[in-house]
Design a protein. Structure first.
Length: 190
């Protein structure tokens, strides 16, 4: 029998690698401007559409009118510019980037890691539903010329009765009627 003591097994601690980036990885140019580009193109499209609807309106009036109507696009553009400034500072300042990684997002991740994985999954599913639902409601509100809450109230009726025209027949009945007509034409040919 051996009288040697059992070997000491060290507790695993992650090795700090000096090659780890302290700053944020720089973004490609297109990744930096894509959201801004989408918002600007949407706003320009709205201005051109307004000018086309009312030909006697000058371009300045169309821009001013759309600035009043589409204020939320400017708000999103401001948030996007702040986000890009945040990313740019994180790409150049290690201290700033580490503060956000360790203190802000690290604290958030530690809080979520203490939760049940099934609850995290359900919460993320609910959050995605509300985010995408809000986006769809905002688009429909802009298209229908209603407020956010009016769109939620009127959406079932408007979606049931042809959402894009003032038709009297529900859109799925129109689709069934059209498909039936096409099918009857093939039956008549044979």
């Amino acid at each position: 029998m051996s009288t040697l003591p059992p070997p000491i097994i060290p507790v695993h601690e992650p090795v700090h690698d000096v090659r780890d980036r302290k700053t944020r990885k720089p973004l490609f140019f297109f990744d930096r401007i894509k959201v801004t580009l989408i918002l600007v193109v949407y706003f320009a499209f709205a201005v051109v559409l307004k000018h086309a609807d009312i030909p006697i309106m000058t371009w300045e009036e169309a821009i001013r009118d759309q600035l009043d109507a589409k204020w939320w696009v400017l708000a999103l553009l401001g948030v996007e510019i702040l986000r890009q400034i945040h990313y740019l500072i994180g790409e150049h300042s290690a201290r700033y980037n580490q503060f956000w990684i360790k203190n802000v997002w690290g604290r958030w991740n530690r809080w979520w890691d203490r939760r049940n994985p099934w609850m995290r999954y359900r919460m993320s599913r609910i959050l995605k539903f509300f985010v995408w639902g809000s986006v769809i409601v905002f688009v429909l509100a802009s298209y229908w010329g209603l407020s956010f809450w009016e769109t939620i109230a009127q959406a079932p009726k408007r979606l049931m009765f042809n959402p894009f025209t003032n038709g009297q027949m529900p859109w799925f009945f129109s689709l069934i009627f059209l498909m039936g007509t096409i099918l009857l034409q093939f039956v008549a040919m044979f």
